[in-house]
Design a binder for this molecule. Structure first.
Ligand code: AMP
Ligand code: MN
Ligand code: MN
Ligand code: MN
Length: 274
């Protein structure tokens, strides 16, 4: 069976390893089909100084933030041309949206009475500022008990730090990826915590907007959820993708290359890359 991991992060977004370290880790784990999919940036591909070894195929990838019905959704673009004009546009626009959103979140938290050192947070955010930087800051300054609590109380979906209307809609994200010759995959559908009906609506809209695949295996997910996703993918004729969503070592639920097999009946997205 092919060992694939098509969703991972480096320190070019909110991951911990450098691009070289992550690629080396994937090689060590025996991954044969691999992608680095940082949030809204392809910087990792510009920073890599090592090549994938023989026996590993590295697909250029990205995880784009976008909007569906006022909710933030993530979409993975795979096998794209990093030099394409649409990707340059995507990186620029997403970078601007990220910076503006970050500022808005900090303003809201300040207004709510939290102790926010804007200058320090902007430094912490670096070139890809996001909620994980704020969560870490709140934890390190003793304002929450854990980074998870920061999301639960202030940053997660529906909380004050969940700034709406900063990302493009789903079809824009799909277009950017497809214009760069890539394929569009709906990321971690379980994470949006939708009802079954809404989940089917999201996947249907994604397919209608031209999306090709959806992640069937991602992070922490139980067998019932995997079965639901597999049924939806087959019904809508979406190809199946798999990814660890690795961010840093020490998280047993997200280890590079450790992804369950695609359920039989789902056509793998890599049939497109042969
Ligand atoms: P952002 O890119 O700013 O929207 O932040 C989203 C990122 O935050 C995700 O990709 C995860 O890495 C992280 N994240 C989301 N929810 C949580 C959570 N509940 N606990 C910890 N990290 C989270
Ligand atoms: Mn992340
Ligand atoms: Mn994501
Ligand atoms: Mn991710």
């Amino acid at each position: 069976m092919l060992s694939a991991d098509l969703h991972t992060h480096t320190n070019c977004s909110d991951g911990q390893l450098t691009p070289d370290q992550l690629l080396a880790e994937a090689v060590e784990k025996g991954v044969q089909l691999f992608s680095i999919t940082d949030h809204d940036t392809l910087a990792a591909y510009r920073q890599l100084t090592i090549l994938p070894p023989e026996g590993m195929k590295l697909l250029v990838g990205i995880e784009l933030s976008c909007t569906w019905r006022r909710m933030t959704i993530h979409m993975i673009g795979l096998n794209l041309d990093a030099e394409a004009a649409s990707m340059l546009e995507a990186e620029t626009k997403q970078g601007q949206a990220r910076a503006q959103r970050y500022e808005k979140i900090l303003q809201r938290l300040t207004k709510a009475g939290l102790d926010i050192d804007t200058e320090r947070l902007i430094t912490l955010g670096g070139s890809c500022p996001g909620r994980p930087h704020i969560a870490r800051y709140l934890y390190e300054t003793g304002q929450v008990k854990s980074e998870t609590q920061a999301f639960d109380k202030y940053l997660g979906q529906g909380k004050m730090g969940d700034v709406k209307e900063c990302w493009p809609d789903l079809s824009q994200a799909i277009d950017w990826v497809q214009q760069a010759g890539g394929v569009a995959v709906l990321a971690h559908p379980i994470k949006y915590r939708l009802t079954r009906t809404k989940l089917i609506e999201l996947c249907t809209d994604f397919k209608e907007a031209g999306g090709e695949g959806m992640e069937i295996i991602s992070g922490q997910q139980n067998p019932t959820q995997t079965k639901t996703l597999s049924e939806i993918a087959q019904k809508l004729e979406l190809l199946g993708s798999v990814g660890s969503d690795f961010h840093k070592p020490g998280q047993p639920w997200a280890v590079v290359g450790k992804v369950a097999a695609l359920p039989p009946g789902v056509t793998p997205i890599w049939t497109l890359f042969d």
